[in-house]
Design a protein around this ligand. Sequence first.
Ligand SMILES: Nc1ncnc2c1ncn2[C@@H]1O[C@H](COP(=O)(O)OP(=O)(O)O)[C@@H](O)[C@H]1O
Ligand SMILES: [Mg+2]
Length: 582
Amino acid sequence: MATSVQNRLHPSLANAVSRCRRAFLLVGIFSGLINVLALTGAIYMLQLYDRVIPSHSTPTLIALTIIMVVLYAGYGLLDYARTRMMTGIGMRIERTLRDDIHAAVLLLPLRSRTAGDGLLPVRDLDQIRSFLSGPGPTALFDLPWLPFYLALVFMLHPWLGAVGTAGAVVLLALTMLTEIRSRKLASDAVKSGTERQATAAGQHRNAETIRALGMTGRVNLLWARLSEAHLADQARASEMVALYGTISKVIRFVLQSAVLGLGAWLVIQGQATGGIMIAASIMISRALAPVEIAIANWRGFVSARQSAARLSAVLHSLPQAADVTTLPKPTAKLAVSDLWVAAPGEAKPILQGVAFELAAGDGLGIIGVSASGKSTLTRALVGAWTPMRGTVRIDDATLDQWPPDELGAHVGYLAQEVELLEGTVAQNIARFDPEAPDEWIVGAARPAGVHEMILHLPEGYETRVSDRGTGLSAGQRQCIALARALFGDPFLVVLDEPNSNLDADGDAALSRAIQSVRQRRGIVVVVAHRPSALAGLDKVLVLAGGRVQAFGNKDEVLRQATKPPPAAAAASGSRLTVITDN
Ligand SMILES: Nc1ncnc2c1ncn2[C@@H]1O[C@H](COP(=O)(O)OP(=O)(O)O)[C@@H](O)[C@H]1O
Ligand SMILES: [Mg+2]
C-alpha cells in the first residue's frame, strides 16, 4: 500500500510543486548559465598557457583578466540568485500546503491511530522546505551538465574524455549506492526519532507524577535507550555519507591528477598543449564536483522524498472538502439511531446500537460505570468521532451535513479531560473568535459561575493560560471550559463529567447553567458519575457495556434501577451502585 501511495502524489502536493514550475524553470536556466560560466577558469588558463605566455603579451593578459573577473562576478550573482530562488520555492510550497497539513494534524487523531506526537506531517513539511533551501537541490540541477563537460574534455582530446567518463561512471554508481542505502536509513531514523519525541513529550506532561512516584531514574533509562537507538540510526547514516563522500572526493582528486598526468604524456607525444592539459584537469574537477555535493546531501534528498510520500498519504486520507450547504440554526431535536462507534483506527465497537431522542428543552443525564462508553457517546454526539454505523441527527440533519466549523457554533462541549489552549482566558472562552463581543464572553462566564473567579485572576480576562492551564486549579480550568461550552448559546450542550473537580458552589452553578440552557430551549447532555449531578435534568440514559440499559424520564428510570434486580440480571447489579452511591 505504501508504494502505491508513494507513486501517487496527492493533487495538492503536485499542485504546490507545479505552482512553482516557472521558478523551477528559471532555476534550470540559471543552472545552465552558471555551468557555462563555470568554464571561465579553465578557458582563462587555456588562454594564458597557449596565447599569453607564448606571445608575451601583457595587454592580452590584462584584457583576459578583466573578462575573467566579470564572468566570475556574473557567476556569483547567478549562483546567489539561484539559491535564493530555491529558498523561495521551499517557502511557497510550505505556504501552499500548510493549511491542509494543519487540518490533517487535527483530523488524523480523530480518524486513525497516530504515531508519536502526531506532528510528523509538520516536521515532514519542514524537512522538504529545508532540503529545498540547502545545497542539495542545486547540485542536482548541476548534475545533468556532467555530459556537457565530458563532451568538452573529449573535444580537447578523446583519451582525456575517456578517463573523465570512466571516473564519472564510477561516481554515479556510488551515487546510486548511496540512494539505495539511504532509503532504509532515513526511514529508520524518522521512526526512532518519532518514538523518542513522543516519549519525551509524554514524560514532560507527567513531570509531577514522575517526580512524586520516584520514577525519574527509570524514565531516564527509558529515554536514554530510545535516544541511543536514534543516535545509532543517525550514526549509521552519517557513517555512510562519510564513507561514500570520502570515496567520491578521493576519486575526484585522483582523476584530476590522472588527467594532468595523461595530459603531460600527450604533451610529450606532441598530441596536446600544456593549456589543454591544465584545462582538461580543471574541467574534470568541475564536472564531478556536483556529484560529490549530491552524495553528501543525498540523505536529505531521500528524506525529503520520503516526507513528500508521507504527506501525500496523509493528504489522501483527508476527506474531500465537499460543498456543504449552510443549514439553519437548529431549534427542535437531537435524534440518535442505531449508533455504533469505535475508537479512531479501531475495529471493535465501543457503543453498540445506541438510540434515543431528545427535544428542545430536554436535559439528559448519562450514567454508567467506568468504561461503559459514556465519553465515547459524547464524542459521537458532538461529531468528534465518526460513527461506524447509525446516525446522530440535529434537526434531521446528520452531523456530517454541517460544515464542521458551523456545526461548532451550535455545539457546546466540555471534555472529560479539560484542556485549554495557549492564549488568554477571554480567547479561550470565546473559542478564539477575534470578533466575539465582550458581552458574549461575560455572558458565558456568568452562568458557568466563573465571572468573579476570573476577575480575581492577575490580569482578569486577559490572563494568559497555557494548554495545560498553568496557574489555574483543575476546578478553575473546568469552569472556564464550561463557559467555553456555553459561549454563544449553542443549541446542543454536551458536558462530560463537568463536576468532577467542582465544589458545592460549583455544583450549584452547574445546575443553574443546565437550567438556563433548557430554559432557552436548548438541549443539554451531561455525563454524571454522581447522582447529585442529575439535578436540573429530566431524562436519564443508563449505559452498560456500550449498550443502552435504560432510557426515559429521570424519576422513572431511577425508580426502576433502584428496585432489586431480577435474579437473571443480578450480574448487572453494578448499575445499582452507580445510581445509589452518593
Ligand atoms: N481512544 C481510545 N482508543 C481505544 N479505546 C478507547 C479509547 N477511548 C476509550 N476507549 C475504550 O472504550 C471504552 C469506553 O470508554 P469511555 O467511553 O471513555 O468510557 P466512560 O467514559 O464511560 O468511562 C473503554 O473500554 C475504553 O478502553
Ligand atoms: Mg468518561
